[in-house]
Design a protein around this ligand. Structure first.
Ligand code: AGP
Length: 608
């Protein structure tokens, strides 16, 4: 996820671009850049690193005199953070400058095509294909050109485009990635999000998918892909400017919970092609895959919990033995690793010290390392033999949500990919799994609509002293994550327990009023969970059950039931975790705690 801004009007543009980008750094901050229409034509300044580095390059905004320009702050997806990979990207001749938020899914095909046409690529990004494609199609009308580009490009994008032939206007277009138009007096803006322009205007257009906008200082025209002008209604933003930093949400964590459908779609969609899982940048040979003896999954915290789900899923799909270990234990356990061991390391930040050390130990022992990482170009991403990026965008809240969810989907895809490559899965079953992956974002959207019910339940139990999370099989794996979410942001003691294990001691802790969250979505074990609910109810527990729609018999046993949409068992963990995230969020909110920055914690634990 990146942030883009654009301006045309009577003011000096560079300071405005820097100001706008500073309000969008939450969307990405590994590099930044601007393109300004100066008296010399389009001039670009861009740099790896935080926005402050770019600001220094621009003398705080005094450099690059002009009244029109575009800017970008990046969360790297294709190509690690670097000066060259930073946006804006110029076309071959320098006539066009482009900034982009989103993912061009067919960029490799377009890159090959344009290379054959004589274009030279400087960066590793998907975005650069847009800059050259605009030049390739341009015959004098920039809107016509954008329409041609749209017909060629697959994926998600919000684009700002400068054309040297047009010093008084620029264009923008969106598909899936957000883009708004700010309407000023003698000046107009584009931005990925409202905070970037709110100090200049509260009047905006929300662009719909496939709408193209042309802006001059005094005019804004919106077109559809048939080049028919579209009439837009003006929306007046009534937000408090500070709340808008989080896109109108009170906390980054809530915003990131709500972003999960888009984050999952961005991570999964580009990797489903012709009904199969395609992991372009993975170099696991058939020979290697056939000879894998064992898979280790190594991670910390929530990433470790993804690994616990991964064990069930990978073993179910491939029958390859999987062992899951917390990184801080793995590295000192003298693990049994050799060249036929695939060690999967999972990390949102890619900078967690324990996970880095575990990965290095695995390599030292001859294992092959496969990283699932969110931060492009991070230490783990750079050192692993293979990297499967989650494209969740920057996750600001310390308590992970969307990164966890995209990691789950990465594990699902890895499991299916290996099963495909080893011909272990029948086509009809593969098709069912892929359909489940494609439908998941919509099901999570439906779950998120139900947040009020979860807020109500949280309001009844936010003063609890202890909460147990019970589950079996995949539900147990998710119970681990639900328990951690509650602990880390509400400071309430909590334990996740394999439901069948409770009676072997821990049930002694259940007493009148103890809150138990029972996850009951694994169909084959539903009756066993009903029995476990009865056991704890008999000792005075209050039970909040999570069940798949239709299993209404649970209402006779539990005090509250939260239903999740019916789905393929493979992706059910992705549904079940959402109410648990929301429950923890609302409990912490009701306790008035610092949800985004919980005490004692850090977003990336870069020390042992
Ligand atoms: C989860 O909400 C916590 N922030 C923490 O457990 C986190 O998952 C863990 O520190 C691992 O971080 P990583 O994914 O960046 O390696």
């Amino acid at each position: 996820m990146c942030g883009i801004v654009g301006y045309v009007g009577k003011q000096q543009v560079t300071p405005l671009l820097l100001e706008g980008l500073s309000k969008l750094e939450y969307r990405g901050y590994d590099s930044a850049g601007v393109a300004v229409m100066t008296e010399h034509g389009i001039e670009v300044k861009k740099s790896k690193g935080r926005l402050s580095i770019l600001s220094d390059m621009l003398d705080g905004g005094d450099a690059l005199k002009g009244n029109m320009g575009i800017g970008h702050t990046r969360w790297a997806t294709h190509g690690e953070p670097s000066d060259t990979n930073s946006h804006p990207h110029l076309s071959q001749s320098g006539k066009f400058a482009v900034v982009h938020n989103g993912i061009i899914e067919n960029y490799m095909k377009l890159r090959t095509y344009l290379t054959q046409k004589g274009f030279t690529f400087l960066s590793e990004t998907d975005t650069e294909v847009i800059a050259h494609l605009v030049e390739y199609y341009y015959e004098g009308d920039i809107v016509d050109t954008v329409i041609k580009v749209m017909n060629k490009v697959e994926g998600s994008y919000a684009l700002g485009i400068l054309c040297a032939d047009q010093p008084d206007s620029f264009v923008a277009v969106r598909k899936e990635s957000p883009l708004i138009v700010g309407l000023g007096e003698g000046e107009n803006f584009i931005a990925s999000d409202i905070p970037a322009i709110l100090s200049h205007t509260r009047k905006v257009y929300f662009l719909e998918n496939n709408e193209i906008v042309m802006l001059t200082a005094d005019q804004v025209k919106v077109f559809n892909p048939d080049k028919e002008e579209v009439t837009k209604s003006v929306y007046t933003v009534d937000w408090d400017i500070h709340a808008a930093e989080k896109g109108g949400y009170e906390h980054f964590m809530f915003k990131e919970i709500m972003e999960q459908p888009r984050a999952i779609a961005d991570t999964v969609k580009p990797r489903i092609k012709d009904g199969t899982i395609v992991l372009d940048d993975i170099s696991l040979s058939d020979e290697y895959l056939k000879n894998i003896q064992k898979i280790y999954i190594v991670a910390c915290g929530s990433a470790y919990h993804v690994g616990v789900v991964g064990k069930y899923v990978i073993e179910e799909m491939t029958r390859i033995p999987v062992e899951v270990s917390v990184a801080s234990e793995f590295r000192y356990a003298n693990p049994i690793v050799n060249e036929r061991t695939l060690v999967v390391v999972i990390s949102q930040s890619g900078e967690t010290a324990d996970t880095i050390a575990a990965m290095r130990e695995a390599k030292r022992l001859g294992g092959r390392t496969f990283a699932i990482v969110n931060a492009v170009g991070s230490a783990i991403a750079r050192e692993a033999d293979d990297v499967l990026y989650t494209w969740a965008g920057p996750e600001i809240a310390v308590a992970t949500t969307k990164a966890y969810s995209t990691q789950l989907n990465a594990i699902y895809m890895l499991s299916l990919y290996v099963a495909q490559r080893l011909s272990l899965i029948e086509p009809v079953k593969l098709a069912a799994y892929i359909k489940a992956l494609e439908e998941l974002p919509e099901k999570i959207e439906k779950l998120l609509e139900n947040k009020g019910e979860i807020q109500y339940i949280a309001s009844k139990y936010y003063n609890s002293k202890s909460v147990f999370f019970l589950g079996r099989s995949l539900d147990y794996a998710v119970a681990l994550e639900g328990s951690l979410k509650l602990k880390e942001i509400s400071y309430i003691h909590s334990e996740a327990y394999a439901a069948g294990e409770l009676k072997h001691g821990t049930i002694a802790l259940i007493e009148e009023g103890t809150v138990v969250v029972a996850l009951c979505t694994v169909k084959s074990l539903f009756d066993k969970m009903l029995s476990n609910i009865k056991e704890v109810k008999a000792r005075g527990a209050v039970v909040i059950a999570i069940a798949e729609e239709g299993h209404t018999e649970i209402e006779h046993e539990a005090d509250h039931v939260i239903y999740v949409p019916k789905s393929n068992p493979l992706v059910m963990p992705s549904e079940v975790v959402v109410p648990l995230q929301l429950f923890s969020y609302y409990v912490s909110s009701l306790k008035g705690l610092d949800i985004d920055k919980p005490r004692n914690l850090a977003k990336s634990v870069t020390v042992e």
